[in-house]
Design a protein around this ligand. Sequence first.
Ligand code: EPU
Length: 335
Amino acid sequence: MIYERISLRKFNTYGINVKADRLAAFKLEDNAVRFFRQHKETEQNYLVLGGGSNILFTGDFHGTIIHPEMEGIAMEGKSGSDIIVSAGAGVSWDNLVESTVKNGLGGLENMSLIPGCVGAVAVQNIGAYGVEVKDVIESVKAISLADGSIREFTGDECKFGYRDSVFKHELKGKYLITKILFRLSTRPKLCLEYGSLKDELSKLGSISLANIRKIVISTRQAKLPDPEQIGNAGSFFKNPLVSEAFLESVQKKYPKIPVFRDRSGGVKIPAGWLIEQCGWKGKRIGDAGIHEKQALVIVNHGNATGRELLDLSEKVRKSVADAFGIDLEREVEVI
Ligand code: EPU
């Protein structure tokens, strides 16, 4: 389906009302392949846009938005307790998590209720409560925008990092992800170490996939705004990685600073905490605001433009740089 001069308001969770010259939506992989082959010779400016839950538009988009709508969740194979499950790029992420949890397959439960569609999760390497999606991605199927050829990427080839992958660097804007295969398990290794997850679980009685999902959902709902009610794109910045020496210098002034140490020995300081220390939590300038319960989330209280939200984010970034000497890196993609 091709639409001309279409509003993108429903295609981004900030609800920004910009227009695109064209939007091409594909339910079938074959149709997408044909489209890219046909347009191979003509110069095209493409932007792949799934659920639009990690993007901020600051103006109209002059080019063609590619919107994947491939559906379907299927069991593809089994080896011992490992089960390979595939999902189309257009499947709502949380519908996939819900269905795997219902079927007793572990691996995705900590990532319950993250907004967006399956296609985007590999670009962004989404994560929550101690788990990143890279931990369970078996492979990623994609179509080249340049010529319609199909390629399957292994997890290694995706070069995953913290909210990062090859699709944000050398292959940025080059592929449309159509399907992802996940390696799940009927005997999963549960990850309960993040924050108060374990304590909350013990209140529910038994440790089960369904209970983990329940706790994650209630924790997210208590802190993070629902994009259906108030425009937002989750965490606006990444949590900065710092050295032990740098951390010690900050700890002198702020002994209670929260810290995460990851398996590779890196030290992360929560950006939300830094922003809160700078006094931004709950503040607003016009309709652009900092969420009152999670300072890492920049929200659209109604009719903020993309430019206004971006300007606010730059003010926040400057405050943190002035106060702590840390330059926050954006997580949300600005177009
Ligand atoms: N904190 C504050 N003030 C705030 C926000 C947080 O002091 O306004 C402190 C909290 O008290 C806590 C720490 O910072 O000690 C961490 O907060 P939280 O657990 O809310 O997580 P986060 O580091 O702010 C990250 C992810 C989220 C993910 C949560 C839970 C990034 C950029 N964000 O946030 O992911 O849901 O952990 O795992 O890594 C997203 O990527 O869009 C996203 C929402």
